[in-house]
Design a protein around this ligand. Structure first.
Ligand SMILES: [Ca+2]
Ligand SMILES: [Ca+2]
Ligand SMILES: [Ca+2]
Length: 281
């Protein structure tokens, strides 16, 4: 998916607008054959509830697999809030909801109520706070550096219907292509939305840190329901399971800190485990 978190940040938490986590999410898939079904993520209902002065606003996903005739019932605990199934929107303002309310959504198909979504609690601050695990800083060529949260992208890495976050950590001595100098290693982490870290990939000393060096893709490329991560790697990249790609000792950095020699790899990583699945030179 497109990376949407562009600004370097010194925060060690990611704050995600609840609005980004609700509503319709459709993955645009192949469009070459009109009759072929599009590949889509098999996401959950994605119920999000936020506290407002006027009550609790609950929103949820209309799934790409659902007919336009689908409608919904919304429950606070065991109490159905709507008198007739909701047909025109995927949100509801519960004017008597409180911070301790919990909500479930049931689709109604052909007049038959379907099974309940996972229960959603109310977000107290109108955002989801995802705690991050900031890597320890270091020093390279006598210059100390720390890590800042940088680009991030989302995908369902483990096929559970919920998004996970892939986050790039940028060392504070990262350099634009026009600037000489050594940099710290670039690190990729994957987090569950509750902050559980799934894995960490260390791109190693032969991938220079800077805004123009590491672009990574998060997408279910083989259609098995779990997203992969694809990016440029090099000798010394360590995957999410601790296995080194290529040579662990090769060092292609020149005296100005640039990496201008050595092989350039492209690696597909498992989104679930961070394991390198395949690498091409
Ligand atoms: Ca997931
Ligand atoms: Ca998960
Ligand atoms: Ca996959």
């Amino acid at each position: 998916m497109r990376s949407w978190f562009r600004k370097p940040s010194r925060l060690t938490t990611l704050v995600i607008s609840s609005l980004l986590l609700a509503g319709p999410f459709l993955e645009i898939g192949q469009t070459t054959a009109a009759a072929a079904p599009r590949q889509m993520e098999l996401l959950s209902r994605g119920v999000v509830a936020v506290k407002l002065t006027a009550g609790v606003l609950v929103s949820w996903r209309l799934l790409g697999t659902e007919a336009s005739s689908v409608s919904f019932n919304l429950y606070r605990g065991s109490t159905k809030l709507n008198t007739t199934p909701i047909t025109s929107k995927t949100n509801y303002l519960d004017t008597t909801g409180t911070i301790s309310s919990t909500y479930t959504v049931r689709a109604v198909v052909g007049g038959v109520e379907q099974s309940a979504s996972p229960s959603a609690s109310v977000l107290a601050n109108n955002y989801l706070d995802v705690p991050l695990q900031q890597p320890a800083g270091g020093a390279v060529n006598g210059s100390a550096y720390t890590y800042n949260a940088n680009d991030a992208s989302i995908g369902d890495l483990d096929g559970d219907g919920e998004y996970e976050i892939v986050l790039k950590w940028d060392p504070s001595n990262s350099k634009d292509n026009s600037q000489s100098g050594y940099t710290g290693n670039v690190i990729l982490d994957a987090y569950e939305l509750n902050g559980t870290r799934k894995w960490r990939i260390d791109l190693g000393k032969n991938i220079r840190a800077g805004a123009h060096y590491t672009q990574f893709l998060v997408y279910d490329f083989d259609g098995d329901g779990k997203a992969e991560i694809v990016c440029k790697t090099a000798d010394g990249t360590v995957d999410g399971t601790g296995i080194t790609i290529g040579s662990a000792t090769a060092d292609y950095r020149n005296s100005s800190g640039y990496v201008l020699t050595g092989p350039e790899f492209l690696t597909v990583f498992s989104g679930d485990t961070g394991a390198a699945l395949t690498t091409t030179n």
